[in-house]
Ligand binder design. Structure first.
Ligand code: NAD
Length: 247
């Protein structure tokens, strides 16, 4: 119970990596507030651990972000940990991208992270807490058709480094996790049959040194380390969890 009496917010906590992180922190005793747009999915995660509660909303809406911080502080009086996990990966070449696509990607992957971090920060500073941002292997190894996503994640990596510098003397640590291919809904390519999807996944797995996709729990292990006191001297770091993909 390394996180007893701590309070964490995990965005996008109803599925994939966010869900695994939320459950991992809750299993260590933290009160975890998960945020997402779909109440039924959030309710399912809450059922798995009584330390989990949820707030329904779209974090690209600043009023929702205000509500997340207000409700968490009213209920728990503190915020120790913020996991900026919610993200979306548009796959489009620049010949097809419009400024609306840019807005959609950057509003979630960048703007919402700034919005929630800045609003949760007074309590995180008061409690000498810490922040984890979800980046991607793509931030430093950008791939074709991924300019919006990898551009957004590159911004997140530099935010992580600069915020770590700015908050170090306040006792707040800021780190990022850069996953490679982790088996979650983000990999569901619309229109593929089950067989085609498996073939697509196998072809990617072959290119990964460890020769398989990672699991959300393997990312949650690193998140747990980073938010714990075992990482007390770790700030401004970007942790690859990618089976060697980035190398
Ligand atoms: P996922 O699709 O399961 O999770 C994304 C979550 O964000 C979902 O729960 C979704 O409902 C939520 N979300 C999306 N838009 C939202 C909004 N406007 N408001 C609130 N919640 C919203 O995918 P995942 O793989 O678990 O992704 C988690 C993070 O990990 C993302 O930031 C993603 O970019 C990053 N990542 C994932 C991989 C991978 O291979 N899975 C690789 C690199 C980085």
């Amino acid at each position: 119970m390394k996180l007893e009496n701590k309070v964490a917010i995990v965005t996008g906590g109803s599925s994939g990596i966010g869900k695994a992180i939320a459950l991992r922190l809750a299993n260590e005793g933290a009160n975890v507030v998960i945020v997402g747009r779909h109440e039924r999915d959030l309710e399912e995660v809450k059922k798995e651990n009584s330390n989990i509660s949820y707030i329904v909303g779209d974090i690209t809406d600043s009023l929702v972000v205000d509500r997340i911080v207000k409700i968490t502080l009213e209920k728990f009086k503190r915020i120790d940990i913020l996991v900026n996990n919610a993200g979306w990966c548009p796959v489009q070449p620049i010949t097809e991208i419009t400024v609306d696509d840019y807005d959609k990607a950057f509003n979630l992957d960048v703007r919402a992270v700034v919005d929630l971090t800045s609003k949760a920060l007074p309590s995180i500073i008061e409690n000498k807490g810490n922040i984890i941002n979800l980046s991607s292997v793509g931030a430093t190894n950008p791939g074709i058709n991924l300019s919006m996503y990898t551009g957004a994640k590159a911004a997140i990596e530099n935010f992580t480094r600069v915020w770590a510098l700015e908050l170090a003397d306040k006792g707040v640590r800021v780190n990022a996790i850069a996953p490679g291919a982790i088996r979650t809904n983000i990999w569901n390519v619309p229109g593929l049959t089950k067989e085609e999807a498996k073939k697509h996944e196998d072809s990617i797995a072959k290119t990964i040194p460890i020769k398989r996709f990672g699991t959300p729990e393997e990312v949650a292990n690193i998140a747990m380390f980073l938010v714990s006191n075992e990482a007390s001297y770790v700030t401004g770091s970007i942790y690859s969890v990618d089976g060697g993909m980035g190398v």
